[in-house]
Design a protein around this ligand. Structure first.
Ligand SMILES: [Zn+2]
Length: 253
């Protein structure tokens, strides 16, 4: 067994925690690195995705460092499958071991794919590692400087929220860190709850941060800023994560 298949086997065996420990270092900054797949790269979305991640996390962390890792060749152009198969964690593990030029950071390593966003699950985030789909939708988003942190519900805005959502999972945030708040006669969903708030079968008693406000579809807004609860967790994050079962709890639509 060569090193690559060994590392992939480790990931398949559930050693994401070992990967997380391996790439962990206490360097005093909150490091988030974003890669794009070859298919995602054709939309030129890396810089745009970086802007929104910087908006969301940079509002809470003044030690934030967001960097672009470059373009990655993957077999699975899908935000969930590239994780569930072990492919993306495996590529990070290989890079951490010096076997490639993929250089993981200690906090969040997120891969943006051109995977579909209409069929769940679309992405996943677990300890320090995440992947999402929807690069073509992110390409439709305006520059951060040309928009507001709260926008009407559109598919590009929802996809942008999912990117933030999976990055949140990567540092231990859960759906109950999200919330929906009222603004005038509209309802604003924050990234960790996102459109789950208005999904069939969602129970507000599940413990959302803040009041879940239900309104007609045309009065639903999406925020690129974390809720107060999520912000507290992001601010307090010091590299340690609680125990979590990534694929059971954080499989996202
Ligand atoms: Zn989620």
């Amino acid at each position: 067994m060569n090193r690559r298949s060994f590392l992939k086997a480790c990931v398949h065996a559930g050693s994401l925690g070992a990967l997380a420990r391996r790439i962990r270092s206490d360097d005093g900054t909150f490091d988030l690195r974003l890669w794009v797949t070859e298919a995602a790269a054709q939309y030129g979305v890396a810089a745009r995705a970086k802007e929104y991640v910087e908006l969301a996390f940079g509002t809470v962390r003044d030690d934030l460092s967001v960097t672009l890792g470059g373009t990655v060749s993957v077999e699975r152009e899908h935000g969930y499958r590239v994780m569930r198969s072990g492919e993306w964690p495996g590529l990070l593990a290989e890079g951490a071991a010096g076997g490639s030029d993929i250089d993981p950071v200690d906090d969040v390593n997120v891969l943006l794919t051109d995977g579909p966003m209409d069929t769940a699950p679309t992405g996943v985030g677990t300890a320090h590692v995440a992947a999402v789909g929807g690069a073509r939708y992110l390409a439709e988003m305006p520059r951060v400087a040309d928009t507001t942190p709260v926008v009407p519900y559109t598919e590009p805005a929802r996809v942008t929220q999912v990117l933030l959502h999976e990055c949140g999972h990567a540092i231990g945030l859960g759906h109950d860190d999200g919330g929906v708040y009222a603004r005038g006669n509209a309802a604003v969903a924050t990234p960790m709850i996102s459109s789950y708030a208005w999904s069939e079968g969602y129970d507000p008693a599940d413990g959302a941060c803040g009041t879940v406000v239900d309104v007609d579809a045309e009065r639903r807004l999406l925020s690129f800023m974390f809720s107060d609860c999520a912000s507290e967790t992001v601010a307090a994050y010091d590299g340690e994560l609680g125990v979590q079962d990534p694929f059971e709890r954080h499989t996202d639509r």
